[in-house]
Design a protein around this ligand. Structure first.
Ligand code: ADP
Ligand code: MG
Length: 395
C-alpha cells in the first residue's frame, strides 16, 4: 500500500502537488474542457482544509523548454479560483522557480493555495535535471503525486523532486493505482481482457503481460486483421500490421500454452473505403472481399463477446472494437461499452480512445473505473513500474 495525503498531518506543512492541468485551450486561450482541473479539486480542498500551504505545479501543452505566453497556466489559475471559490496566488515566472517565487511562497498562510508557471517553460523539466528538481523541492515539505497522465515519465516534477522530499499520493493517483493494480494483480475470476485499437504494435507488451493473468482474452479493432493474417485468412484492404504477423502468431500460441481462451471476432463489418458514407457489408471472417476493409466487429462477434462479459467478474478493456468515430462502425464498441455498463463485474477502462468512446456513449458512470492516463495506463497494464508511482512511499 502506498502512502496517501491522509497519512500526513498537514497543519503548517508545505504540500508541493504535481497536478495534471494539461487542459485544452482555444485560440483565445479559453479552457474548452476543465475536467482535469475538476478532477484534482478533492485533493486540493483536502490539503487546504487540513491547514497545508498548497503549492500546485503542472505542465500545459508543449512549449518545448521555453516560456511561451500561449502555454501560460494563467487561465488555469483563474478557473481554479472560480471552482474553489478562493483566491489562487499565481506565482508567474518564466523561470518557474526563482527568488521572487520563493519569496511569494514564503508568504503563504496555512490553507493558502499557489500555482507555479508551466513546468515545461524549463527544458530541465523533461530532462529530469537534479538542480531543477532540487529547486522545485525547495518550495515544499512533502511532495504529493496527483498527475497520473505523466506518471510514466521520469521528469523533474514527476520523479526527480522525490529525491529531495517524501512523496505521498493524492486521491486521483490512489484511485488509479488501486483499481488498475487490483484488476491486474488480484482479479476476481473469471478475468477477461478486451483489447482493440488500430495497431498490434502499440499493444504487444500489454497483451503479453495480460496473457499471464487472464482467463479469457478478447481481440477486436484494427489489430484483429493482423491476427487473421497470422491464421491464414484473407483480409482484403483491412488495416494490417505486416511486421507483426509473426508476433500475432506467437501470441496465439502463447495463449494456447497458457490455457487462456482467445476470442477473435468471427465476423466483420466491411466498407468499400475508409468513410462513413462507404458501401458496407457484414461478412464472416472467411469471406472478407478483396476490395473491402474491415471497420468493425460483426453481430455474431458482438454476441460472442458480450456473452463472455456476462460471465466475467473482472474486465480490463483497452482499445475500441472498430472505427467508432464513424457512426456506421461504432456498434461493436458501443455493444462492449453497454455490456460492461449492464454487468456488475469490476470494469476498468484504460486508453484515451476507449475512455472517449465510453463517455461518448454515455456509460461513463456505469463502469468501475476509467483511467485518465492513456500512455500511463498502458504502461501499467504492461506490468511496468511507473517512475511517478515508484517514488511514492509505502505505508
Ligand atoms: P486507445 O486510445 O483506447 O488505447 P488506440 O489508440 O489503440 O485505442 O486505437 C483507437 C483507434 O483504433 C481509433 O481511432 C479507431 O478508429 C481505430 N480502429 C479501430 N478499429 C479499426 C479498424 N478496423 N480499422 C482501422 N482503425 C481502427
Ligand atoms: Mg489512442
Amino acid at each position: 500500500m502506498k502512502k496517501t495525503i491522509k497519512d500526513v498531518d498537514w497543519k503548517g506543512v508545505r504540500a508541493l502537488v504535481r497536478c495534471d492541468f494539461n487542459v485544452p485551450l482555444d485560440d483565445e486561450l479559453l479552457i474548452t474542457d476543465d475536467t482535469r482541473i475538476r478532477a484534482a479539486l478533492p485533493t486540493i480542498e483536502y490539503l487546504s482544509e487540513h491547514g497545508a500551504k498548497v503549492i500546485l505545479m503542472s505542465h500545459l501543452g508543449r512549449p518545448k523548454g521555453e516560456p511561451k505566453e500561449e502555454f501560460s497556466l494563467a487561465p488555469v489559475a483563474v478557473r481554479l479560483s472560480d471552482l474553489l471559490d478562493k483566491p489562487i496566488m499565481f506565482a508567474a515566472s518564466d523561470d518557474v522557480v526563482d527568488e521572487g517565487v520563493v519569496d511569494a511562497i514564503e508568504k503563504l498562510e496555512d490553507g493558502d493555495i499557489a500555482l507555479l508557471e508551466n513546468l515545461r517553460f524549463r527544458k530541465e523539466e523533461e530532462k529530469n535535471d537534479p538542480e531543477f528538481s532540487k529547486a522545485l523541492a525547495g518550495l515544499g515539505d512533502v511532495f504529493v503525486q496527483e498527475a497520473f497522465g505523466t506518471a510514466h515519465r521520469a521528469h523533474a516534477s514527476t520523479a526527480g523532486v522525490a529525491d529531495y522530499l517524501p512523496c505521498v499520493s493524492g486521491f486521483l493517483i490512489e484511485k488509479e493505482v488501486k483499481f488498475l493494480s487490483e484488476a491486474v494483480n488480484t482479479p476476481e475470476r473469471p478475468f477477461i481482457a478486451i483489447m482493440g485499437g488500430a495497431k498490434v504494435a502499440d499493444k504487444i507488451l500489454v497483451i503479453e503481460n495480460l496473457l499471464n493473468k487472464v482467463d479469457t482474452l478478447i481481440i477486436g479493432g484494427g489489430m484483429m486483421f493482423t491476427f487473421y493474417k497470422a491464421m491464414g485468412l484473407e483480409i482484403g484492404k483491412s488495416i494490417l500490421d505486416e511486421e507483426h504477423v509473426d508476433v500475432a502468431a506467437g501470441l496465439i500460441k502463447t495463449a494456447e500454452e497458457k490455457g487462456v481462451k482467445l476470442l477473435l471476432p468471427v465476423d466483420t463489418v466491411c466498407a468499400s473505403e475508409f468513410s462513413n458514407d462507404a458501401k458496407t457489408a457484414v461478412v464472416d471472417r472467411e469471406a472478407i472481399p478483396e476490395d473491402m476493409m474491415g471497420m468493425d466487429i460483426g453481430p455474431k462477434s458482438i454476441e460472442l463477446f458480450t456473452s463472455a462479459i456476462k460471465d466475467a467478474k473482472t474486465v480490463v478493456w483497452n482499445g475500441p472494437m472498430g472505427v467508432f468515430e464513424m457512426s456506421k462502425f461504432a456498434e461493436g464498441t458501443k455493444a462492449i461499452a453497454s455490456a460492461l455498463a449492464e454487468s456488475d463485474c469490476i470494469s476498468v477502462i484504460g486508453g484515451g480512445d476507449s475512455a472517449a468512446a465510453i463517455e461518448q456513449f454515455g456509460f461513463a458512470d456505469k463502469v468501475t473505473h476509467i483511467s485518465t492516463g492513456g500512455g500511463a495506463s498502458l504502461e501499467f497494464l504492461e506490468g511496468k513500474d511507473l517512475p511517478g508511482i515508484a517514488v511514492i512511499q509505502d505505508k
